[in-house]
Design a protein. Structure first.
Lengths: 100, 242
């Protein structure tokens, strides 16, 4: 998503699949997975900058994103379906399209 | 539950928050028995035997430098530790009890937690992490974790339990939540939807558990006494009164 854009609740998104050699707050198990924006949580300094004692500005939008367990785990799913909610910064999200 | 491997990285925590480092968890029970007479050939007891991570040395070096340069005093640090350790789940239980009794407060809390708490409990939450309150209902059950480290609503619940920081809880609850909940004695009906909330960033989460039957008309103090820490993390339910 372009910085500064605002994602509405219900927007389908995909978490980027990058693997930067840096501190970040995007869990590996959600990378590349599709979810739905639940709500925007406000703007926060970029933790990937804060970790290296930089100011982390401009602040980035943080989104609460909900995932289906089947989408996240595929064949590895061991239980009846449930949902996972995680907070993902905007630069880790990309449009997933209606099929997401 | 295993308690090893719970090394958090101190995300968003203040100085002197030693709880993050899990130190001193070595079990001393074998040395606490009355028959322990000092004729022993064992080595001196060392709390940190086999566990002296660089982070601990770094913390010590940084602390000593800050004190030496007059940025902080040892008593500042001690005061912060005291403050951190004095927070207990009692406050959380009071919040839950009020939310159960007062619909307007509950709605305000679910809508925007910090302003609602600031008004109702005269709490100064200005310099604490953001907080979202989630409500467990007959339809949906929330359980909170932090798969990346140990993010936890410390300002409301105090220091997180060791299992919350354990690798086992953090890795399992997102892939088999029903199995993990059953190990905590929480057997939910199959139709109850589960939402596992992974606090990955700046937001902390507090759960309002489902109010148990048989508590109609109870006052706030009586209700609060039923509310456990684990029910506010979402691994347990509040049991009906016996």
């Amino acid at each position: 998503m372009t910085p500064g854009s605002r994602l509405a609740a219900g927007t389908p998104v995909r978490v980027r699949s990058g693997d930067p050699r840096t501190h970040c707050r995007t869990p590996h198990y959600l990378r590349g997975k599709c979810g739905i924006v639940v709500r925007a949580l406000g703007d926060y300094p970029n933790p990937e900058e804060l970790a290296y004692h930089r100011p982390g500005m401009p602040a980035l939008a943080l989104y609460q994103v909900e995932f289906d367990s089947a989408q996240v785990w595929g064949d590895r799913l061991r239980e009846a379906p449930y949902r996972i909610v995680a907070d993902i910064f905007e630069h880790w999200l990309e449009p997933a399209g209606a099929a997401g | 539950m295993s308690t090893h491997g719970g090394h958090g990285h101190g995300h968003g925590q203040g100085p002197g928050d030693h709880g993050e480092h899990d130190r001193g968890e070595h079990d001393h029970s074998e040395h606490d028995r009355g028959e322990h007479n000092h004729e022993h050939p064992h080595a001196p007891i060392d709390d940190l035997a086999g566990y002296r991570p660089e982070s601990l040395l770094l913390e010590q070096a940084l602390r000593e430098l800050l004190i030496e340069h007059g940025v902080l005093t040892a008593s500042d640090i001690q005061r912060q530790i005291d403050q951190t350790e004095s927070r207990t789940p009692v406050l959380g239980a009071q919040i839950v009890a009020r939310a159960w009794r007062d619909d307007a407060f509950r709605h305000a809390l679910l809508d925007e937690a910090k302003p609602a708490l600031g008004t109702a409990f005269a709490l100064d939450l200005a310099n604490t992490p953001e907080l979202t309150v989630l409500e467990n209902t007959a339809q949906v059950h929330h359980v909170v974790c932090c798969t990346l480290c140990s993010c936890y609503p410390r300002n409301i619940l105090g220091i997180p339990p060791a299992w919350y920081k354990s690798r086992e809880y953090r890795s399992r609850v997102v892939i088999e939540p029903r199995a993990v909940l059953r190990e905590f004695g929480t057997d939910l009906p199959p139709e109850r939807e589960i939402r596992v909330v992974d606090s990955t960033a700046d937001m902390r989460y507090l759960v309002i558990p489902l109010r148990p039957a048989g508590t109609e008309g109870w006052d706030e103090a009586r209700l609060a006494a039923l509310v456990t820490r684990d029910s506010m993390i979402g691994v347990a339910q509040v049991l009906p009164p016996a």
